[in-house]
Ligand binder design. Structure first.
Ligand code: FES
Length: 76
């Protein structure tokens, strides 16, 4: 069974206001990925923020995340 990939999504105030809830749902619904909700990543000015493959991504829009998840899923 392949390992799930972890995606950390900040759900603290600024990221929540910037749409992190929708990003959480996308990760949760994507097969092969595991959502980890986190507190502030100290990059609030560039909300919403996520960490994926050990890198911080800022100002993540839903379209961007969809591409990132698809790319990461096909990178195995
Ligand atoms: S609230 Fe998300 S990085 Fe600070």
């Amino acid at each position: 069974m392949p390992k799930k990939k972890f995606v950390f999504v900040c759900t603290d105030d600024d990221c929540k206001k910037a749409g992190s809830k929708a990003l959480c749902k996308m990760v949760k619904d994507k097969k092969g990925f595991r959502l980890i909700k986190t507190q502030c990543m100290d990059a609030c000015k560039k909300a919403p923020n996520i960490i994926m493959n050990e890198a911080l991504y800022s100002k993540v829009a839903k379209d961007n995340l969809a591409e990132m998840l698809n790319h990461s899923a096909s990178a195995d």
